[in-house]
Design a protein around this ligand. Structure first.
Ligand code: IMP
Length: 493
């Protein structure tokens, strides 16, 4: 049971770290949070909503989490959903119910800001109508954030927060219904659909009531906890390249994914910030449309993805048609990308959609590290790089600069020695401890550090939490650490 904190002047204040994905999402942030959560008292979300998602296999069954912060399996961690998030109330209630079936009851551990915006039926409708051109997740995220900024439409409130639904359920439900009614009135089957929307709104009201005990009206909750010594980890949803301003419009999400924003959407003053932790992966993927400078197969891969979205083509079809090992040997980067997707399981966790695949883009990482002051980096999926051994590259290709339009860009790629797959497996078996990590992999780590200008403190060697070779924990580094290692300054320029 969490006890209410009173600010104790005798206690030293705690601190907060912010963890963000450095690429296009799906970097394995949840796995790293699961690893480092024991070092924190609170894990908090500050942006996004049910567009995020990760699957966790537990002895009691599989759970898919979208809105609850990732540290659910650490009973000592409080979980907090900050005011910068947008809530799908029905899905959130379902997530909590699912967690109870695997023995995790969050009733006393989860707090939700009453200022979170509620994703309304009209938002799903609009996202489903217009989101396909961007490749959104269809969760109503964009229209919800748009209404949050708009505040009113035709003089009527359109941004409805959780507190509205709890303080005036009747009036708030009426506003939601009116909004969706306006959008549906031209449709042939408006009557039928409106009946379904009424039911959806009723379910949202019920869900809000079920969540009420977890909702906090105390805006100083986190600030007081940290003032009293608590250690907070902010969990960024989506990733830096999908930020609404810094990403490439319009192929972005609608929230700020940047670490600085943790202190807006996460309800904590920035004075407690200690480290910014970045998570990247060695075989890069992107879902959704938009620029992807290191994409294997470039425009052809993007077109293949667009077609897969249209036709529903996914994992099953690719497995039926291709032998990945054969594709890997092809001189065509598109084939290599397809092979890597198949061999490393890069398909949407919910949809099964193929993800676009790209080379590890060190230039892009260097820019993100510099722009956001990333102190330390975890690099996941390094075990997957071993597949490049059988490709025409003959080693691990990394991208050092974006190819100019119309240029093949091969001169911007450097090929590094590939690690020995056997040794990597031995390293995994030998964990914890770094004795088993092959020298070639350590050389790779150092090369990456010099290129991106930040220390790599963990290498992901497999999907499980204990498959991470850790070199340091964020907390073991001195506060205010300069982002660049000495050697990075020469290599990065
Ligand atoms: P939205 O966030 O649903 O509006 O989608 C906008 C873009 O962000 C689309 O390209 C999505 O595929 C992408 N996106 C949103 N959430 C995630 C995520 O958690 N991982 C990866 N991509 C995401």
């Amino acid at each position: 049971m969490l006890t209410e904190m009173t600010t104790d002047p005798a206690r030293r204040p705690g601190h907060s770290d912010v963890l963000v994905g450095l690429q296009y999402g799906d970097e394995g942030k949840a796995k790293i949070i699961d690893l480092i959560a024991p070092d924190y008292d609170v894990v908090a979300r500050f942006n996004g909503g049910a567009n995020a998602g990760h699957t966790i296999d537990t002895p009691a069954g599989r759970v898919v989490l979208q809105q609850v912060p990732s540290a659910v399996f650490h009973p000592g961690c409080e979980l907090y959903i900050g005011s910068g998030c947008v809530l799908n109330l029905v899905k959130l209630r379902d997530e909590l119910a699912l967690l109870r079936t695997v023995g995790v009851d969050l009733a006393d551990r989860l707090r939700i800001s009453d200022r979170c915006a509620v994703v309304q039926p009209v938002h799903f409708l609009l996202d489903q109508r217009t989101g396909a051109a961007i490749g959104t997740t269809g969760n109503g995220i964009g229209p919800c954030y748009a209404d949050r900024a708009a505040r009113t439409r035709d003089g009527v409130r359109c941004n409805l927060q959780l507190r509205d639904l709890l303080e005036d359920p009747e009036g708030t439900a009426a506003l939601m219904l009116a909004a969706v009614e306006r959008e549906l009135k031209e449709e042939a089957d408006a009557g039928e659909r409106l009946a379904a929307e009424r039911e959806r709104i009723a379910a949202m009201r019920e869900s809000a009531e079920a969540l009420r005990p977890m909702v906090t009206t105390d805006r100083t909750h986190l600030a007081r906890r940290v003032a009293d010594g608590a250690r907070v980890l902010f969990e960024g949803a989506q990733s830096l390249m999908l930020d609404v301003v810094q990403g490439d419009q319009p192929y972005v999400t609608s929230s700020h994914t940047l670490p600085g924003h943790a202190y807006v959407g996460g309800d904590l003053p920035p004075r407690y910030h200690r480290h910014t932790i970045g998570v990247a992966k060695a075989v890069v993927s992107r879902v959704g449309h938009g620029p992807f400078p290191s994409e294997l197969g470039a425009e052809r891969s993007a077109a293949y993805f667009a077609e897969a979205c249209r036709t529903g083509r996914g994992r099953t079809e690719e497995q039926a048609e291709h032998d990945p090992q054969q594709l890997l040997g092809s001189a065509d980067p598109l084939d290599v990308g397809t092979a890597l997707r198949m061999l490393t399981g890069e398909y949407g966790s919910g949809t099964g959609r193929p993800r676009r695949i790209g080379l590890l883009d060190l230039e892009q990482l260097r820019e993100q590290v510099t722009l956001h002051g990333v102190d330390v980096v975890y690099l996941n999926k390094t075990d997957c790089l071993a597949h490049y051994r059988d490709s025409h590259y003959g080693g691990v290709p990394v991208q050092l600069a974006a190819a100019a339009p119309g240029e093949p860009g091969s001169e911007r790629i450097e090929v590094l020695p590939v690690f020995d797959a056997e040794q990597v497996r031995a390293a995994v078996a030998g964990l914890p401890g770094l004795d088993g990590v092959p020298a070639s992999m350590l050389a790779f780590k150092e090369y990456v550090e010099q290129r991106i200008g930040a220390p790599v403190i963990g290498l992901g060697l497999g999907p499980e939490r204990d498959c991470t070779a850790e070199f340091a924990r964020p907390g073991t580094l001195p506060a205010g650490l300069p982002a660049a290692l000495p050697a990075a300054r020469q290599a990065g320029g």
